[in-house]
Design a protein around this ligand. Structure first.
Ligand SMILES: N[C@@H](CCC(=O)N[C@@H](CS)C(=O)NCC(=O)O)C(=O)O
Length: 216
C-alpha cells in the first residue's frame, strides 16, 4: 500500500511533509481534509490524529502518524536517501532548532483554532498573526545568521544543501507574507527561501500545486 497523506493545500505543516516525501522520491497518495469546513475536527480525522490537525500520514492500513516533525524524522530513518539532516551532530542539532523555532514558536500561534479565539473579525485575526510571524521572522533571521558564523555562509537555511530546516522555514515565510509581514528586513531568510524553492521537488509541494487549492 502506498503511503496516504491527509493534508490541506494551504496548511504549512502539510507542506513540510509533502516536500519531504517528494524530495526523497517516496510514492504517496493525497487526501484533502478541508480546514474551512472543519473536517479536521470530525471523528474520522480524529481517528487519524487525536488533536484534529493536518497532516496525518497513513503508513499501513489503519495506522497513522501525525506531527510533521515526527513524520519527517520517521521518513528520514526509513528512507535515508536524499537526506534531510546533516550527519554532523552540531549541524543536525541546528537543523532541529530551526524546525522547532517554526513548529513550536511561530506556527501554533497562527493556527485556525487560535485565531478563532483571538478575534471574531478578520482584521483582528490578521493583526495577531502578523505580530507573531514578525517576531518569528526576526528570530529566524538572527538564528540563520548565527549558524552561518559557525558553519560558513550557506545559501540554504542551514549550510549549502536542502535540509529539514528549509521545509519548515519556506512555508512559514509564505504565511508571514500572507499575514502582511514586510520581509525586506530579513535577507538571510529570503536567501534560504529562494535556494530551497529552486530545488527540483519544491514546486509540486507548494500550496498552489495541490488539487484542493482553489482555481487561481
Ligand atoms: N505541530 C503540528 C501542527 C499541525 C497543525 O497545526 N496543523 C494545522 C494546519 S497547518 C491545522 O490542522 N489546524 C487546524 C485547526 O486549527 O483547526 C505539525 O507539525 O504537524
Amino acid at each position: 500500500m502506498a503511503l496516504i497523506l491527509y493534508h490541506y493545500w494551504r496548511s504549512s505543516a502539510s507542506w513540510r511533509v509533502r516536500w519531504a516525501l517528494a524530495h526523497k522520491g517516496i510514492a504517496f497518495d493525497k487526501v484533502a481534509v478541508n480546514l474551512l469546513t472543519s473536517e479536521q475536527r470530525a471523528d474520522a480525522h480524529r481517528d487519524r490524529n487525536p488533536i484534529g490537525h493536518v497532516p496525518a500520514l497513513e503508513v499501513s492500513p489503519g495506522r497513522h502518524l501525525a506531527e510533521s516533525v515526527a513524520i519527517i524524522e520517521w521518513l528520514e530513518e526509513t528512507h535515508p536517501q536524499q537526506p534531510l539532516y546533516p550527519s554532523d551532530p552540531w549541524a543536525r542539532a541546528r537543523v532541529r532548532q530551526v524546525c522547532e523555532l517554526v513548529n513550536a514558536g511561530i506556527q501554533p500561534l497562527q493556527n485556525l483554532i487560535v485565531l478563532d479565539k483571538v478575534s471574531a473579525d478578520a482584521e483582528g485575526k490578521k493583526a495577531w498573526a502578523h505580530e507573531f510571524n514578525l517576531r518569528g521572522m526576526r528570530a529566524l533571521e538572527a538564528l540563520l545568521t548565527e549558524i552561518d558564523g559557525e558553519l560558513g555562509e550557506g545559501s540554504f537555511a542551514v549550510g549549502s544543501s536542502l535540509t529539514a530546516a528549509d521545509l519548515f522555514v519556506v512555508p512559514q515565510v509564505y504565511s508571514a507574507r500572507r499575514f502582511g509581514v514586510d520581509l525586506a528586513p530579513f535577507p538571510r531568510v529570503l536567501r534560504a527561501e529562494a535556494s530551497a524553492l529552486a530545488t527540483p521537488h519544491a514546486d509540486g509541494a507548494r500550496p498552489e500545486s495541490q488539487p484542493d487549492a482553489p482555481a487561481a
